[in-house]
Design a protein around this ligand. Structure first.
Ligand code: CA
Length: 484
């Protein structure tokens, strides 16, 4: 209880101090205050590392995302904190590892009641004790909007209860029933979208979220704002705009790994959204003072037998839900006008817990001293003045989903995966073997043990929840198809 009060006091006092400071500056200095940067954070759902042209796709067409990369910095080794939705979103909101939050699976998670290990009693919401990035920015006078997918708990935990001034379309826990007219299917949508005009029910969801985002930007162009545009696309159901599909059907060649024309159309709509947002910032004359961040929450849906092969993350191995690079490596871009040199590329491993401290650093906000952050500010990388003080990046997934439960760690070129059912290990050199085809664990037992021990120590340090033997284990190997 005292923690909650302390946090609320911090938010209240900081907001008051911020308002007072702004007033003092405007009166005593006689010149305009240097304005804090706006933030536009575009999060795409399930977009794979190779799903945009500037990260290597030759099938999908993403000229606007490519333009963003050309104007900013592209991160080749950027990771989601989890290979599924909700934990990565929580890491963005808090700057903390999902393992520390005990929010380690998508909400409400996958059930495997007869599996060998019992899943811990994890947290299916973003706890109110956490100071979200929206709450932290609010202390410095920012207005914030969450437009699109939230996926961090039910109504008591919606964005408007977590520091966002505006919550649009944050209703569905997972995915919408359809991309074409979801707000006529689900009445609850109306409670979380401000304007419902007649004739709009046929608008494609990705376009509608973009429309709402542009309205928010226009309405707040004269004050610091934070727009969290969290697309439901390109998650299933795979439904592209009809008029965009034939172009991709005509491009399909038999040997192509990426060849789903509806998925390609979904990506094009996301790309169009990025372009419309960038154009609006230019049109309003605020592009030079707006940081644009582009990210995905987990890897592309790929590599699971013959039934979940929507895209291909090749040369990365596998996809969403797995420990492999295809599950967690993301196409990340940051545009920071006047600071980041256009068209730069960074290969230092970074992770979604880093956005929180980076954004606060960019805005010159110290943050709540009681809110511990696992992430690191990326400013030395963005300014190309140095590197970040971190050797290792960790994952902890005590859940059955696409694979059996696992933990993993990347240190430099090496990545170790430990499967919790039997302690089996896989060790890869990602520089020599980005496709994780050559398991080095028996060839390099000392390196494997070094990383395994680091992973174990980290789990203890963050208070990670561990799995326990399942008394209801049926003795059979786990299979996602037979687990629900
Ligand atoms: Ca996702």
């Amino acid at each position: 209880m005292s923690t909650i009060l302390n946090r609320r006091d911090f938010l209240r006092q900081s907001a008051a101090a911020s308002a007072g400071l702004a007033a003092a500056l405007s009166v005593s200095c006689g010149k305009p205050e240097v304005r804090k940067p706006n933030f536009v954070f575009i999060l795409v759902d399930d977009l794979g590392w190779r799903d945009v042209t500037c990260f290597g796709s030759t099938f999908y067409e993403t000229p606007n995302i490519d333009k963003l990369a050309a104007q900013g910095m592209k991160f080749t080794d950027a990771y989601a904190a989890c290979p599924v939705c909700s934990p990565t979103r929580a890491s963005i909101m808090t700057g903390k590892y999902p393992a520390r939050l005990h929010l380690t699976d998508w909400i409400k998670g996958h059930v495997a009641p007869k599996a060998k290990l019992k899943v811990p009693d994890w947290t299916m919401c973003l706890d109110h004790e956490e100071v979200t990035i929206a709450e932290a920015l609010k202390t410095a006078g920012y207005v914030s909007a969450s437009v699109g997918k939230w996926h961090l708990g039910d109504e008591d935990y919606y964005p408007d209860k977590q520091g966002f001034d505006v919550n649009i379309a944050g209703y569905w826990a997972g995915q919408p029933p359809t991309y074409y007219h979801p707000y006529t299917v689900d009445r609850e949508w109306n409670n979380h979208i401000p304007t419902m005009e007649s004739g709009m029910d046929a608008v494609y969801l990705t376009d509608r979220l973009t429309d709402e985002s542009l309205t928010f930007i226009e309405n707040n162009k004269d004050r610091p704002f934070f727009l969290y545009l969290s697309h439901y696309a390109v998650h299933t159901p795979i439904e592209g705009k009809k008029e965009l599909i034939p172009k991709y059907e005509a491009k399909i060649k038999p040997a192509q790994a990426q060849k789903n024309p509806e998925y390609a159309a979904m990506i094009e709509s996301v790309d169009d959204s990025v372009g419309r947002v960038m154009d609006k910032l230019e049109e309003l004359g605020i592009a030079d003072n707006t940081v644009v961040i582009f990210m995905s929450d987990n890897g592309g849906l790929s590599g699971v037998g013959d039934w979940l092969n929507i895209t291909s993350n090749a040369p990365l191995r596998s996809g969403k839900g797995t420990a492999y690079e295809g599950g967690v490596r993301e196409p990340m871009i940051i545009k920071w006008p006047g600071v980041v040199t256009s068209g730069t590329v960074c290969s230092v491993p970074v992770i979604s817990i880093d956005f929180y401290p980076t954004m606060l650093d960019m805005a010159g906000i110290k943050g709540d001293p009681g809110h511990f952050v696992d992430g690191k500010s990326l400013i030395p990388l963005l300014k190309q003045t140095g590197t970040i003080d971190r050797e290792t990046i960790y994952w902890h997934y005590p859940h059955y989903h696409i694979t059996t439960p696992f933990g993993s760690v990347r240190k430099g070129a090496y990545k170790l995966i430990e499967y919790y059912e039997d302690g089996s290990q896989e060790l890869y050199n990602l520089i020599d073997d980005i496709g994780e085809t050559n398991n080095l664990s028996s060839l390099m037992p000392d390196k494997a043990e070094e990383l395994r021990k680091m992973l174990e120590d980290w789990r203890i340090s963050v208070g990670a929840q561990m799995m326990t033997p399942n008394p209801d284990y049926d003795g059979k190997p786990y299979s996602i198809r037979g687990s629900q």
